[in-house]
Design a protein around this ligand. Structure first.
Ligand code: SF4
Length: 224
């Protein structure tokens, strides 16, 4: 049976990126294929859902929503499950917003026709501790760019400028109109990071990459 591990389903407002404040239904999947040093979504509980069970639960939310946000963890780990769900929820008129770490290229390829918005992480090696993912990110972005995509990168005290330059190179090569959202690590010194982010934004401007600084609001405000 095609089941997925889901940590929670709820409605709230988007707390990150260029759709900040939009009302969404959130489906948070359990588990991830990465292990970023700054990760704070290491969950310990989940429920197993079949596709129709999730669709029924989504149907309980009756307000007007911007989209359904599939988040995690990494939603693409449950590609076959998601395919069934997306087919059903698009029939119900929902739009689909995928929050992803930008690494599971084959899985995205199979689902992209059903996705409307992609919020893709760029894992800077000196921020995430995950090593060099640039080639994987490049392949992923090529697929994501068939739909509306924006990029997010966590900037830490230890982030090196060479990572930003690699990100700029990637964006210019693959999807030059995509916006790069720079997110300060919310557990580190905001004053130090503010200066660094201002400098990074200026570097992006010099290279004609659209960048903005948007903190992860839900962590600052306590909004779920
Ligand atoms: S990709 Fe996201 S969920 Fe996965 S380990 Fe990194 S921060 Fe955590």
């Amino acid at each position: 049976m095609n089941k997925a591990k889901i940590a929670e389903v709820f409605d709230s407002v988007q707390g990150e990126g260029i759709y900040l404040g939009e009302k969404q239904i959130f489906v948070r999947f359990f588990g991830c294929n990465l292990n970023c040093v700054y990760c704070d979504t290491k969950l310990d509980r989940f429920m197993e859902y079949e596709p129709h069970e999730l669709v029924e639960e989504i149907g309980l939310y009756r307000d007007k929503y911007h989209s359904i946000s599939f988040t995690g963890g990494e939603p693409l780990l449950f590609k076959d499950f998601l395919k069934e769900v997306l087919q059903l929820t698009s029939k119900g008129g929902h739009r689909h917003y995928l929050e992803t770490n930008g690494t599971l290229v084959g899985e995205l390829e199979e689902l992209i026709e059903h996705i409307d918005f992609v919020a893709m992480d760029l894992k800077f090696p000196t921020s995430s501790g995950m090593g060099d993912l640039w080639e994987t990110h490049k392949k992923f972005l090529k697929v994501a760019a068939r739909k509306e995509v924006f990029l997010k990168a966590i900037i830490c005290e230890g982030t090196k400028e060479e990572d930003l330059k690699d990100a700029i190179k990637l964006i210019k090569e693959v999807s030059p109109s995509s916006i790069l959202v720079l997110q300060p690590n919310s557990h580190e010194d905001p004053v130090f990071l503010q200066k660094k982010l201002a400098k990074y934004k200026e570097i992006c401007k010099q290279h004609k990459v659209i960048a903005c600084v948007i903190p992860q609001i839900h962590k600052l405000t306590g909004i779920k």
